[in-house]
Ligand binder design. Structure first.
Ligand SMILES: N[C@@H](CCC(=O)N[C@@H](CS)C(=O)NCC(=O)O)C(=O)O
Length: 287
């Protein structure tokens, strides 16, 4: 790898698999399957193939919320996709998400199975399917979708930008850390100001906007993302702290956060979820 200060880009970039740092073994400049592997099929209509990352957790929180509301059709099997091992490049997974990223959902209750990828699209799909957590009136609905799409567009600056350069890069580089810290703090300020006048993202209604934003920005405000709580001074975002703590205490959030999780204490990890009883014994992630 060349020294970042003296690096001059070549005329045409070529793939040097040695230059990618922590994720070198899964980062590739080409799409598509690398190996044949069928996806497992469980007993429920909804088959989720995911991992307990912020994008994955959005969907398991949503499913637990729907089940808590009494929507039996939201029963699901959550299968683990070990992205560090390259499971996202198996032919079965690529068949439901050509972009090879978790989460991906297969709904087998439709006439022909429906595949949905992109966490925001999955939240919308489930909200529309069960008529829940998405306001019906147009103004509130468009406000909710605005925040949902805000999250989808903003989190890559937090995860792929700030998180990558502050936490994962082989060494700290001032320029990208400054650039993405600036943007991350600006985003936190946007949320904090909005939550000064709103209990949830859409007034008093808990919606898919909260479900999308919390696993990224809520967990960041708990100081549990990238070990960056102090660096970002997360305690100074008082309205975010209030919202983060209220949502983090929901039983559904505690359960959803444990699904497909492979870090933390043993009682915080439910590698695969196939039945509500899988949570027995107090499995969950508390704040
Ligand atoms: N915009 C996508 C992003 C999904 C995404 O980046 N997933 C990551 C884990 S959080 C992943 O699967 N990474 C594996 C890889 O990049 O190969 C979404 O929200 O669903």
């Amino acid at each position: 790898m060349s020294d970042s200060l003296t690096y001059t880009p070549p005329e045409v970039w070529t793939w040097d698999s040695e230059n990618g740092g922590k994720f070198a073994n899964i980062n590739r400049p080409i799409s598509g399957a690398t190996h044949e592997k069928e996806l497992p099929v469980g007993k429920h209509p909804l088959q989720l193939h995911s991992k307990g990352t912020p994008n994955g957790v959005k969907v398991t929180i949503m499913l637990e919320e729907l089940l808590a509301l009494g929507h039996e059709g939201a029963e699901y099997d959550a299968h683990m996709i070990e992205i560090g091992d390259g499971d996202q490049f198996g032919s079965g997974f690529v068949g439901i998400n050509p972009n090879s990223k978790i989460p991906a959902l297969l709904d087998r209750s439709t006439e022909t199975p429906t595949h949905v990828f992109e966490s925001g699209a999955i939240l919308m799909y489930l909200a529309e399917k069960f008529d829940a957590f998405l306001p019906k009136e147009l103004p509130a609905r468009s406000e909710c979708l605005s925040w949902l799409f805000w999250q989808m567009g903003s989190a890559p600056y937090l995860g792929g930008g700030f998180g990558h350069f502050y936490h994962y890069a082989p060494e700290p580089y001032e320029y990208p850390i400054n650039r993405f810290t600036m943007e991350t703090k600006r985003q936190l300020d946007v949320l904090d100001k909005h939550l000064a006048d709103n209990r949830y993202m859409i007034g008093d209604e808990y919606t898919i906007a909260d479900i999308a934003i919390w696993p990224w920005y809520g967990v960041l405000c708990l100081g549990k993302q990238y070990n960056a709580g102090k660096f970002l001074d997360v305690d100074s975002y008082k309205n975010m702290q209030r919202w983060t703590r209220e949502i983090g205490q929901r039983e559904t959030v505690i359960r959803g956060r444990a699904v497909n999780r492979s870090i933390g204490e043993k009682n915080e990890q439910l590698h695969e979820r196939h039945d509500a009883s899988d949570f027995d014994g107090g499995i969950g992630v508390k704040i």
